[in-house]
Design a protein around this ligand. Structure first.
Ligand SMILES: [Zn+2]
Length: 382
């Protein structure tokens, strides 16, 4: 039957004649799904015993009614599976398909256990954050080293730190329920709390990141300026001040004058290889999952598996696909923002990191507030 379906899909078969309807499939749902496929590919089905031709107007009507009933039954099955998913979580099994949190692996019967190959990296992460290292600096380091063969962002790290699964507790978002002692803890409660306290602290207080840390010089005094901030109405202003002549310049005034150079620096560095890579990975993953669903369906037709198993698999897989599609969308909006004004769209710490990698020295006339020269790593500009 599978071979026939394949040929129908290729458009090689326009008509299937069978002796008796019950030879095609014993279950009405399966039969309706088969009819649906045949309708989609414009293939007629004629049964000799029942004297029935599904390509006639009357036959098409019967077919569509069958399909509606079958789909209704599948929907019911979906609801039942949702209930089943809750039961799975109650048993301490991880209810999500796809990837498990980094540092864990999935046993055959869906329990989460510690992945010894990755766990230490996660523990180090918690320790470093608890010792007040910033997510961003760790992200840059891990990403450069391609730690655990994955890409790292400050966001990803913060999410890991905030995930209670690492102290053994699982929050099941879909049903808004919390399971304590769900799996073996990867870090102690104390370490988890310390790391989270730090994340809470830095996300509440704005960080004082200077774009041009220790590279702005007073052109008249030939001295390195010092950084200072003032805040007005909850807004922070960044200045570079010469303690000798007591003049200063606002950071934005420097940015405006050297914006083209900053753009060039940005474009010279690899352009978002991370997002592009991540997006294409998602696309191929989605198409792989869709293919898997189709293969599974063929197994039902060939009676190699039960319809129930197929449904469970389909629902689980489709949930994963929905998650992936949401992630893809998120990355796309980020891309759009970057395309409009690439440099401005970057996070400030990323900008600062980019600048410190590429610019050695900026000389400024603090009286006229003009940038006089920029020395890049490997050449003089302006
Ligand atoms: Zn000066």
């Amino acid at each position: 039957m599978r071979k026939i379906i394949e040929r129908v899909k290729k458009g090689e078969i326009q008509k299937i004649i069978i002796i008796k309807l019950d030879r095609v499939s014993r279950r009405i749902v399966d039969f309706a799904m088969l009819l649906k496929t045949l309708t989609e590919y414009d293939c007629a089905l004629i049964s000799l015993t029942e004297n029935f031709d599904f390509s006639t107007t009357w036959g098409k009507l019967i077919a569509s009614v069958l399909i509606i009933f079958a789909e209704y039954e599948l929907d019911q099955a979906t609801d039942r599976t949702r209930v089943a998913l809750v039961e799975i979580a109650e048993q301490g099994k991880y209810p999500y398909g796809g990837n498990v949190p980094v540092g864990f692996k999935r046993t055959e019967d869906n329990f989460l256990v510690i992945d010894d190959k990755k766990a230490d990296t996660i523990r180090d992460l918690y320790r470093m954050i608890a010792e007040h290292r910033s997510c961003n600096s760790i992200a840059l380091e891990y990403d450069r080293e391609k730690k655990l063969d994955m890409s790292w962002t400050a966001d990803k790290i913060a999410k890991i730190i905030r995930n209670t699964i690492y102290k053994g507790n699982f929050y099941y978002e879909r049903i808004n329920k919390f399971y304590e002692e769900f799996c073996t803890a990867l870090v102690s409660d104390e370490l988890w709390d310390m790391a989270n306290a730090h994340i809470d602290k830095v996300s509440r207080v704005p960080t004082h990141t200077y774009l041009f840390y220790n590279i702005v010089f007073c052109n008249r005094c030939k001295r390195l300026t010092v950084q200072e901030t003032t805040s007005k109405k909850n807004k922070i202003y960044y200045y570079y001040k010469c303690t000798n002549c007591d003049n200063r310049i606002n950071e934005n005034r420097i940015v405006n004058q050297i914006y083209m150079i900053l753009m060039m620096i940005y474009e010279n560095e690899d352009k978002n290889p991370y997002y592009q890579n991540e997006k294409s990975k998602i696309i191929s993953k989605i198409s792989r999952l869709k293919q898997m669903i189709e293969n599974y369906y063929r197994m039902v037709i060939d009676e190699e598996t039960t319809l129930q198993e197929y449904r469970d698999f389909k629902i689980k897989t489709e949930n994963t696909i929905v998650d992936l599609e949401a992630k893809y969308k998120e990355l796309s909006t980020k891309d759009e923002r970057i395309a409009k004004d690439p440099f401005s769209a970057l996070d400030k710490d990323i900008k600062a990191e980019l600048i410190s990698r590429n610019i050695k020295k900026i000389e400024v006339d603090l009286h006229t507030k003009k940038v006089v020269s920029i020395i890049q790593n490997g050449g003089i500009k302006k």
